[in-house]
Structure formats: structure tokens, C-alpha cells
Design a protein around this ligand. Sequence first.
Ligand SMILES: *Cc1c(COP(=O)(O)O)cnc(C)c1O
Length: 405
Amino acid sequence: MSKALDTLREKTESLLFATYGRYPIAIAEGHGSRLRDFDGREYIDLLSGIAVTNLGHCRPEIAETAAAQAKKLVHVSNLFYQEEQIELAERLLKTTHFGKAFFCNSGAEANEAAIKLARRRQQRLKNKYAYEIITFEGCFHGRTLATVAATGQARFQDGFAPMPEGFFQIPWGDPQALEAAVSDKTAGVLLEIIQGEGGVRPASAAFAREVARICRDKDILFIVDEVQTGMGRTGSYWAFQHFGLKPDIMTAAKALANGLPMGAVLSTDETAHAFVPGSHASTFGGGAFVSAVAAKVLEIMERDRLPQRAAELGAWAMERFRAVQTACPGSIHEVRGMGLMIGIELTDPGREVWEKLLQSGFILNLTQERVLRLLPPLIIEKEDLENFAVCLETILKAGAGLKRL
Ligand SMILES: *Cc1c(COP(=O)(O)O)cnc(C)c1O
């Protein structure tokens, strides 16, 4: 084990809250789809910092935009008009049917704002005291108190009682349960089109359309959390677009500024009217620096047709991983996903397989104990995915995937 890693681990333990279980790697630098540790060892990044660095690490044209903006204007607060924010809003809204944007700094903060917007729409525009937000078992919406309540999982709520009121979860994939759960207290439904943290579980088109229909029929807000699925990841700019849906509200974050902290809430003009001056705010939200970078990210995505690339490469990769499944009978339960958001669910707990992949130089994540989650940068080369497939097959054939831990 390397000295740099030992030192960093020791200092991390002594100086930082122990909130994270960390991988046994210290990253010194990153370029494109490659990460390098302090011993000069190179890794293929199939995680993108959890769906954040979709355009790869330290991309020169983004670094140039950031450097130029850092010398021009970084922050003045939302008391002022800022052209960087407008350029970003124009580019972002153009990828959707939405009419208005609000900028903040993270996924949880975007979901908080979406929840507030939904409540306020019912309470101020519709004069209805409705506040409940319905979510789905296995979902993940963030770590603030409201978003942890929305997430609804005991392991994220442990020791944080009491939870804010007005959130409850219903089974995933069951529109009848939703129909039954909606009451005159319901403000909206919050849905991930593909549950990410929940193990890369895509909603079926039929289920997603039923959720949209029920929301429309009952006049409650249809909110999609695109924090992980957005920005081209699934093969379209936003995952809801695969199903021809038109949600009232959408949240985004993670890949928005390719690694700088940024979140956004987009909504229809009609819904956006629920917020008036003073309703909601964020000191850093949409600052000139991050906005300039995010606008550049969108410019590159459009120019290089990255959503399309994710769709094509993702379809190829999923076929390739299904070939591994066939070659290793009994090891892989299912390969699923959309675009470059791919889950390989193993038959058994996958810690050992994951560790071997890491030792072989592939960085990815293990969720729900047995799901290998791949969120590679959208610029990754096919060859890297091919090499991963070969490596996975070798590891599974050697039996690591068959051993119970
Ligand atoms: C990561 C994530 C969040 C939380 O985002 P933060 O920026 O960590 O607050 C919310 N929803 C989904 C679907 C996510 O994947």
C-alpha cells in the first residue's frame, strides 16, 4: 500500500467527519476518462464521480472557460442581473419543454426547492392546503431533512427523528398504489425515471406514463428528479424524454457544471408563477463562475451530440455485458439501464467482484450489495468498455462472483 494513501487515510480519519466509506484509493489527477493515483497508477473511470464529470476530467476547453471567467467575474449575488446566468438558462431550457429555471448548488437543494414550489403552487395559486409529496420505495432524493424524508429509507433517517411531515412512499412500478394514495392533501409526486442509488431500476414506459396521467387527472404536480439521469446520461438530455412525458417540474444537478457544484429547478411557466420575489433564494445559486462553466458544458454536449453518443454506446455496452452474462452462467442476474447508466446485477453479493475490478484498474460503484453501477463519462472510448467486459468475464469465470461472502 502506498505511503501517500496511508498518510491521507490517517489524516482523513483524524480531521474529517467519518461520514463516508471511502475506496482505498487517493486520486492525484484526472484527464478525460482516466484517473491517476499518487503512485502514478492509472484507472479507467466508469463512475464519473457518480454521474458528475460527464465530459471527462479536466477537459481543456472547460478549464479555459473557467480560468477566463475566474478573471472576469465570480460572484456578485442574485441582487444583480448576470449574463452568464441567462446564457445558461437559455441553453438549458432549450433542451426541454420548460419555461423557467431556478439555480442552486446541489441535487438535494434542487429537490427542496421543487418540494417548496409544489406546495406553494397548491397553497397560493390553487388555494388548496395540500402539502404531501408522494415518492417511491427505493428512491433517493438527497440528505437534507426534507429530502431524507422524501427518500423514506430507514438507513438514511436513522437518528434524525422527527422527520418533517408530508412525505410517504408507495411501491415502485404500481400505478394503482399511486391512484389510491393521492388525497386532497397531495401536492405532487416525485419520481426518478431510473432509480440510481436504488440499484439502476428504470421505470417502465407504461408506469411513468401512468404516473403522469394520474398527476394530470388529480391536478397534482408531476416532478421528476433528473439529478443523476440528466445531462445526456441516458441517451437523451433528460430521461423523461424517452417516454414523451411533460412533467411540471424537473430537478437537475450532478453533471450540470461537470464537477462544479450546481443544481437547477426547471418548471413550466404556469407552475413557476407560484414563486414570487422573496419566496425562495440561494446565495451562490447560478453565480457567474459556475453558470459560465455549465453553459460551456451544454454547448459542448450539443456540439458533440453527446446524448446521442450515450444512447448508441450504451446500447452497444449493454449487449456486450449481456454476452458476458451468457458466457458466465449463474453469475449475472440482469443487465439493465438506459444509455450510459448501466446496472449489472450479480446473482450474489458483489463486494469481491467489485474489489477485483478495482484492483484491475476499473473504477465503478456497487449499490444495493449486488449491483455494479456504471456511469462512465459520455466521452469514454468503446475500447475501455470492451476491456472492462473482458476483465469482468475473467473475474466471474475465476469464480469470484459465485462465492457467497
Ligand atoms: C445524487 C442525487 C441526489 C442528491 O444530490 P446532492 O447533490 O448530493 O444533494 C438527489 N437525487 C438523485 C436522484 C441523486 O442521484
